[in-house]
Each structure stands twice: as structure tokens, then as C-alpha cells.
Design a protein. Structure first.
Length: 259
């Protein structure tokens, strides 16, 4: 008995979900180690508290966290909820992207894009930095992938130049007017990378959505921190969320603009 079209889709999305969970486990390593200058390949995963090597059965995405009740089997120290959250978020993202893209080269391109944006967002939240390995490496990957079937190399190069250029000009003018740095170079490189994946239209939509999200987040941070306009917030996470919105809602955005 063969599965119908709906059954095939369910199986494919489930497979994408499981692959995403495993990728999410690796992204946890990237998020923790990359900003610390550590290798993301070796040594094997260890408990941050006691340094005990984590065996394979304790490293199953999400499942191990539940079975261990959020504690290290060696020292009993608490395991951050961030680990299963990243795994679930990556799994859900992979499943959703598969549904939206379907099989093909664009799917692989968008999965890589998502897999770059997620660790960038969390690293920027934790450390206020965006590693060049992710932004510049992603920029190169986005440009190279634009030459594959379904890609647009002209749009990719234009998007990278326009996205990075606009943010660079904004940062330059802000520093001249205010006499202080208002935007880091990491954000500029990030938007160049985003432009390489989503083109110039997507880059402009990302700036628009990112500005709205950043303004809303900034107002909340100012109310909570009590430092007023001096409150510093990482802009990278807002750009990452905005980039996904631009990738899948950019058509609606430009349709509204051009009405």
C-alpha cells in the first residue's frame, strides 16, 4: 500500500523536522563556541559546568533534555533551556521552509540562509558581536549559490552592495552627527550577506522590517533599562527576523508599496 500525496508531504516535512533538530544541535555548538574562539569540530560536546564529555545517548536533540530533566547526568547542574529551544526552533524552521519551498535548489539555499541567521541572532544577543565566519562566509555562499539554477547572480550582487552600502552610510552619518558609533560593522556585513541571499528588493524590505522591529524592541528596552536614548540593543536579531520576513513576505511588501 503506497502513501498518497498528503502522506508523502507529511513524511517529507517530518524528515525535514528531524534533520532540522539535528542541525539545531550543531548550531548550539556554534552559538557557544564560535564567539569564544573555540573549535566547533572538536572536542566533542562537554558539560559547561563539570567538563564531562557528553555521550551520544545524552545528546539526542530535545529528547535527551527531557529524559535528563534538564540536568547534567554527571554533576547534576542545570542545562539551559536554550539548547532544546534552538533545536526545536531549527526543526520547525526546516519543516516550514520545506513546505514553502518544496524540493529543489532554492530549498537548499533557504535552509543554509536560515541556518546562518539563527546562530547570528543568538550570538549577537549574548555577546553583541556577529562573527565574520558567519556573515562574510554567508556572503560568499549567497553570491556563489546565486549562480545555480533558480538563482539571480545580478540581483544577489546588487543586494549585497545595496544592503551593506545603505547600512554603512547610515552608520557613517550617525557617527558624524552624534559623535558616537550607533551601528557596528557586524550589522553592515550581516545586511550585505542578507542582500546576497534575497536580492536588492529583499535587502530594502529587510531594512524596512528591521527598522520597525528594532524601534519596537528599542522602546521596550528603554522602558525596562531606564537609560533612555543611551540604551544599547543588538540590531542583528531584528535584521535576522526581518530577513526571513523579506524572503517570504517581500512580494506582498512590494505589492503594497507599488499600489
Amino acid at each position: 500500500m503506497t502513501a498518497g500525496p498528503a502522506g508523502v508531504v507529511i513524511l517529507a516535512v517530518s524528515a525535514a523536522f528531524l534533520v532540522g533538530a539535528c542541525i539545531g544541535s550543531f548550531l548550539n555548538v556554534v552559538i557557544y563556541r564560535l564567539p569564544r574562539g573555540e573549535s566547533i569540530v572538536s572536542p566533542r560536546s562537554r558539560c559547561p559546568g563539570c567538563g564531562r564529555a557528553i555521550p551520544a545517548w545524552e545528546n539526542i536533540p530535545v529528547v535527551s533534555y527531557i529524559l535528563l530533566r534538564g540536568k547534567c547526568a554527571g554533576c547534576g547542574g542545570a542545562i539551559s533551556w536554550r539548547y532544546p529551544a534552538v533545536e526545536l526552533l531549527t526543526a520547525a524552521g526546516y519543516g516550514a521552509i520545506f513546505l514553502l519551498d518544496g524540493p529543489g535548489i532554492p530549498l537548499l539555499r533557504d535552509l543554509l540562509f536560515f541556518s546562518l541567521l539563527l546562530p547570528i541572532a543568538f550570538i549577537d544577543i549574548d555577546h553583541r558581536i556577529i562573527p565574520d565566519e558567519l556573515s562574510l562566509g554567508g556572503l560568499a555562499a549567497g553570491l556563489l549559490l546565486s549562480f545555480l539554477p533558480g538563482g539571480d547572480w545580478k540581483g544577489s550582487f546588487t543586494g549585497a552592495l545595496l544592503g551593506g552600502g545603505i547600512l554603512y552610510a547610515t552608520a557613517f552619518l550617525y557617527e558624524k552627527v552624534r559623535g558616537a558609533e550607533g551601528m557596528g560593522g557586524g550589522d553592515i556585513k550581516l545586511l550585505a550577506m542578507i542582500g546576497a541571499f534575497v536580492g536588492w528588493r529583499g535587502a530594502l524590505a529587510t531594512i524596512f522590517f528591521g527598522a520597525l522591529l528594532g524601534a519596537a524592541g528599542g522602546m521596550l528596552a528603554m522602558r525596562k533599562g531606564g537609560e533612555g536614548l543611551k540604551t544599547a540593543i543588538p540590531f542583528g536579531p531584528y535584521l535576522c527576523v526581518a530577513a526571513l520576513g523579506a524572503r517570504y513576505l517581500g512580494g506582498l511588501f512590494w505589492g503594497w508599496i507599488l499600489i
